[in-house]
Design a protein around this ligand. Structure first.
Ligand SMILES: Nc1nc2c(ncn2[C@@H]2O[C@H](COP(=O)(O)OP(=O)(O)OP(=O)(O)O)[C@@H](O)[C@H]2O)c(=O)[nH]1
Ligand SMILES: [Mg+2]
Length: 278
């Protein structure tokens, strides 16, 4: 059985090593990387292993799940994703119609290659590798770009098991890949953020501990939100009382309260939040 822990989240199962290895091979074929980040914790979604792998390839950062984040806070940090080699788009991938803006950004990031081929009179094919932590919305974005539900998506990490290429326009192909985590989640604040947004399988972290950690984080960065939602509560037992979560004999159902709290955050019922410190 996998050990449940949040104090030290260090979850790097074998299939994720395989995924990173596969990605190395696929990266050689790619002209550009589409890096899908969850806008509720964009910096925590940046995998140092992937940064290393990407070499000098241009990167298009997709600040995804924009419908669930605090856009004012995102505005303060989104500029850091733009450089000579990279650009970004703030997106809700579950809403159709992303293709045009994504294709335009890809073409502008690959302008050099396009010019080179045009000069030789050869028709260019641009290949984009879609990467990111589990559950960030890679397959949802790929389907959006294909304008058809071709890739399997799901409300949990680890849905995509193998890479898959799709043609999204006459000159652009994209490759959906399985989500990857870091081999070593050294920074526990980052690990916790990834657990909050559902990038780490709930089965390997203790739901009560993660909910307690979430409350601590909220206390720091959105001190009023929990009390607003749960009738003045600030702790898990208080939340259980406010929601009426009891076991037989009047004992509080803390486990149910913990699950409800995290689920309220993930579904946006706590509001639009960016849960990293910026
Ligand atoms: N609200 C909202 N939900 C989204 C968005 N993009 C994806 N989702 C949801 O997020 C969940 C995960 O989406 P997937 O596309 O399966 O994520 P993935 O990155 O491919 O996940 P893995 O294959 O497990 O790595 C699904 O429930 C999607 O419907 C978005 O922009 N906004
Ligand atoms: Mg997927």
């Amino acid at each position: 059985m996998e050990e449940k822990r949040v104090n030290k989240i260090n979850w790097f199962p074998g299939h994720m090593k395989k995924a990173l290895d596969q990605m190395r091979a696929e990266l050689n074929k790619a002209d550009v990387i589409i890096y899908v980040l969850d806008s509720r914790a964009p910096k925590s979604c940046l995998n140092p292993e992937l940064q290393k792998l990407s070499g000098n390839k241009p990167i298009l950062y997709i600040l995804n799940k924009a419908d669930l984040t605090d856009l004012q806070k995102l505005d303060k940090i989104k500029g850091s994703f733009k450089s000579q080699q990279s650009d970004y788009l703030v997106l809700n991938s579950s809403q159709s119609g992303a293709s045009k803006q994504v294709c335009e950004k890809i073409k502008s990031l690959c302008a050099e290659k396009i010019a080179k081929y045009q000069n030789k009179g050869i028709k260019v094919t641009l290949r984009a590798l879609v990467v990111g932590v589990p559950n960030s919305g890679k397959s949802t974005l790929v389907n959006n770009l294909c304008k058809k539900a071709k890739a399997v998506t799901g409300d949990r990490p680890g849905v995509t098991k193998n890479k898959q290429w799709f043609k999204i326009s006459p000159e652009i192909e994209v490759c959906d890949t399985p989500g990857t985590l870091y081999p070593n989640l050294g920074n526990q604040e980052i690990a916790k953020s990834l657990a909050f947004i559902g990038s780490i399988r709930d089965e390997v972290v203790d739901e009560i501990e993660i909910a307690e950690e979430f409350l601590k984080r909220m206390q720091k960065i959105y001190p009023d939100k929990i009390a607003e939602r749960y009738k003045g509560s600030s702790t898990l037992p208080e939340i259980c009382k406010a929601r009426g979560f009891f076991l037989g004999g009047g004992e509080l159902d803390i486990s149910r309260g913990a699950k409800a709290l995290i689920s309220d955050f993930r579904s946006g019922r706590l509001g639009k939040l960016l849960i990293e410190e910026v």
